[in-house]
Design a protein around this ligand. Structure first.
Ligand code: DAH
Length: 341
């Protein structure tokens, strides 16, 4: 029986070495040292031995039991550790891991440019003035010196609503009327940012919606020199202190005289390249001295007051700064584009 016990001990230990799940372990326990396990049953048979063999068998029996119980505990511990390891690896909650990154989004590239533009003009004393996207034909055209059927309206075809005379604004210029009528007879220095809409053939250079920033200064003794200084200061702050400016005469119905504001190309510095279409110059704004008719429509006496105005597109500036070649990217809502800024 003692030999049998020693064999059982050895066999049980070698079986245990292959046990690696909880179920296999409880099976092993039941078969060996459980209530009906073979080791337990063998130990009960101690009475069958001759009296003088019983103490030696009893001692060995105890050793075997203690050894198997210890081996059982150790295997149980290993299985538990392996299980935990597995759970961690397959993504069960581990509170000691660092948190997951939550994407926070970012400002649209033209919004970033807009905010820089606001900051530059704020330092020159211009406040931001908001006016509506949905406008009347009167504000968008007539009060800006473009009566119905004025040929200049061809430059600004728009979207119409089913309400007679209500349209989407084609430029931020009607904001000049709102600002003048609100502030008259005080002097004014405002910029008017916002979305504009045009009935356009969509291309790399033109979209049916785009932002503009309008500027308006009204006061005593405001001259074209003030306009030139303001535009030059603005361009140098946004595009670099070395910028050169050029003012070309032009025509807008709401300014007299009217100019196009150019700066030397930021890429080739005037030598000529694809970005400036080999002109060496980039157009950054339309501008001019506020037309006497427009001043009067805003409530100001043109014999006492004068003013300058300008209008520019922050999308164009953003394109220049980041070498973006297609204006359609701005409203295509493609994260691959937007996440670059
Ligand atoms: N409103 C013009 C446009 O959308 C831009 C413009 C030109 C605005 C001259 C002005 C200005 O205020 O004086 O093309």
């Amino acid at each position: 029986m003692l030999d049998q016990l020693n064999q059982m001990h050895a066999a049980a230990l070698s079986e245990l070495a292959n046990v690696d799940t909880d179920e296999a372990l409880s099976d092993w326990y039941a078969q060996t040292i459980g209530r009906k396990g073979e080791v337990t049953l063998l130990l009960r048979r101690v009475g069958e031995l001759p009296k003088e063999e019983r103490p030696a068998f009893g001692r060995r029996a105890n050793e075997v039991k203690v050894s198997l119980e210890a081996a059982y505990e150790e295997t149980a511990r290993q299985i538990k550790a392996a299980e935990l390891e597995k759970q961690l690896r397959y993504g069960a909650l581990d509170v000691t891991l660092p948190g997951r990154w939550i994407p926070t989004g970012r400002l649209h590239p033209t919004t970033q440019t807009l905010r820089e533009i606001y900051a530059i003009f704020a330092e020159m004393g211009f406040q931001v003035y908001l006016s509506p996207d949905v406008e009347t034909d009167e504000n968008n055209f007539q009060l800006l010196n473009m009566p119905p059927h004025h040929p200049a309206r061809d430059m600004w075809d728009t979207f119409y609503t089913d309400q007679e005379g209500v349209i989407l604004r084609t430029h931020t210029s009607p904001g000049q009327i709102h600002a003048m009528r609100e502030f008259c007879p005080e002097p004014i220095r405002v910029i008017l940012p916002g979305m504009c809409y045009r009935y356009e053939q969509i291309s790399v250079r033109a979209d049916i919606q785009f932002q503009q920033v309008e500027g308006l200064a009204v006061g005593h003794n405001i001259t074209l020199a003030d306009l030139k200084g303001t535009m030059a200061e603005f361009a140098r702050r946004l595009f670099g202190a070395e910028r050169k400016m050029r003012f070309r005469s032009s025509h807008f119905p709401f300014t007299e005289p009217s100019v196009e504001v150019d700066m030397d190309c930021i890429l080739c510095r005037g030598d000529g390249c694809a970005v400036c279409k080999y002109a060496g110059w980039l157009e950054i704004a339309g501008a001019g001295m506020v037309h006497p008719v427009v001043l009067r429509n805003g409530g100001y006496d043109p014999d006492v007051f004068s003013g300058f105005a300008f209008g520019m597109g922050p999308a164009r500036s953003t394109m220049l700064r980041h070498s973006i070649t297609d204006i359609r990217h701005f409203w295509a809502n493609d994260l691959r584009f937007l996440e670059q800024f």
